[in-house]
Design a protein around this ligand. Structure first.
Ligand SMILES: NC(=O)c1ccc[n+]([C@@H]2O[C@H](COP(=O)([O-])OP(=O)(O)OC[C@H]3O[C@@H](n4cnc5c(N)ncnc54)[C@H](O)[C@@H]3O)[C@@H](O)[C@H]2O)c1
Length: 392
């Protein structure tokens, strides 16, 4: 910390970088007092227009065009790294070496080797680190997890999860870093990393996967004429480049608890821009979650007995995680969305940096590495014709 305040910066001002910027801006409005003042110091992006615009919109003091300036800045303590996955390692290592606390977006790295090096760098630095598995901060998901962890609904038996997006549905969607890289670096890494972390968050560790297929169904895409941001459409040229990685992935998983998982992810799911959801069946109850209805979850157990027993819709409210003091109007039924989860996450990381122990800690770099090993096992299963692949 710089004096009595925490200086924050965001590297990468694309789609998710803006959510981090907005989250740091709101983080001081949440929960109890005790967190040092937050200073919104810098936004860095190689695209100066993106950096400048994001700094202006979210009230950061300055814009930079490289992470190196953030690393060198005396007034920056905490940095979110929100750039393309292959860039994470170099930037995270540079920031840690400069003494910054680092929140790295998911998936933590493109390879197990890179992720292992990042774990080593984090340990050597002694700084706080975390991975942006933001759906852990969903009050509804956390509430379901609490039901499992408390034993209230017994042992999980079956987790059926999907993360379906449509950003790649249009063959004219512009080529971007998301379509480049080895098998496994496509939809599996992009959205499957979130879903696998969420599956383990709710049901515990996965031991092996099998039956994986990783198809590419649109083989080439046009180059954008300008800078493409996130999943947004952009004007494209007549020049195309080959898509290098998978558009979708399906596989099954075996949890250490004995539960089975059935998993499906896609970036070509027409009409479903951001459809994350799951059904969890346990011995004495079940739960459902759908991100399109983020402020609720479905739940069934043995109560009440009799003819009204069955699934009920639970509207998230102050009785559930993160809500009380987490929203300006923290009233039942008010609702919240994915951007609010980034704010809960930012607050949790800042509390961690400040040495407060009031919110669940960030997913560690070790957990980020485990997530990369899981993705690696799914890819290995696909390359072996669907054979079982154990998680190291
Ligand atoms: N947690 C979530 O819900 C979530 C959602 C979307 C993306 N992400 C993750 O966030 C990261 C970024 O994804 P995105 O969709 O925002 O990508 P994006 O392409 O929209 O933005 C990336 C930005 O990084 C900038 N950039 C490139 N090289 C840079 C460098 N060397 N230094 C600084 N800036 C640089 C680009 O100009 C661009 O503005 C990825 O790791 C992705 O997996 C997470």
């Amino acid at each position: 910390m710089t004096g009595s305040s925490i200086g924050v910066a965001v590297v990468g001002a694309g789609m998710a970088g803006r959510s981090h910027a907005a989250a740091y801006r709101s983080a001081s409005t949440l929960y109890d007092e005790g967190l040092p003042d937050i200073r919104l110091a810098a936004i860095a992006d190689v695209n100066p227009a993106f950096a400048g615009d994001t700094a202006r919109r979210f009230g950061f003091e300055r814009a930079e065009t490289g992470w190196e300036a953030v690393a060198a800045a005396d007034d920056v303590d905490v940095v979110s790294v929100v750039v393309a996955n292959p860039l994470h390692r170099q930037i995270v290592e540079g920031l840690l070496a400069a003494g910054k606390h680092v929140l790295c977006e998911k998936p933590m790295a493109p390879t197990v080797e890179d992720a292992e090096a990042m774990v080593d760098a984090a340990r050597a630095s002694g700084r706080e680190t975390g991975v942006g598995f933001v759906f852990r901060r969903s009050p509804a998901v956390a509430a379901v997890r609490d039901q499992v962890a408390s034993g209230a609904i017994g042992r999980p038996l079956h987790f059926n999860g999907h993360y379906w997006c449509d950003y790649g549905c249009d063959p004219k969607a512009p080529m971007s870093w998301r379509y480049k890289g080895d098998t496994g670096s496509g939809a599996l890494s992009d959205v499957g990393s979130h879903l696998l972390d969420l599956a383990e968050f709710v049901c515990g560790p996965i031991q092996s996967v099998r039956g994986a297929v990783l198809p590419t169904v649109i083989g080439e895409r046009p180059l954008p004429l300008g800078a493409a941001v996130g999943h947004a459409a952009a004007e494209v040229s007549d020049v195309t480049e080959p898509v290098e990685n998978e558009d979708l992935a399906t596989f099954t998983a075996s949890f250490a608890s004995g539960a089975a998982g059935t998993i499906s992810v896609s970036r070509v799911a027409y009409g479903l821009a951001n459809s994350l959801g799951f059904e969890l069946f346990a011995e004495r109850g079940a739960a459902t979650f759908d991100l399109a209805r983020a402020g609720e979850f479905g739940f069934v157990d043995r109560t009440p007995a009799g003819p009204t027993q069955g699934y009920r819709q639970v509207l998230v409210g102050p009785a559930h995680p993160y809500l009380t003091g987490g929203l300006p109007m923290d009233f039942p039924g008010v609702g919240y969305g994915q951007n609010d989860l980034f704010t809960f996450q930012a607050r949790a990381f800042l509390e961690q940096v400040a040495g407060l122990d009031r919110l669940p800690r960030m997913a560690s770099f070790e957990e980020g590495l485990h997530n990369i090993r899981l993705l690696d096992a799914v890819t290995a299963s696909a390359k072996a014709g669907g054979a079982e692949a154990a998680i190291d």
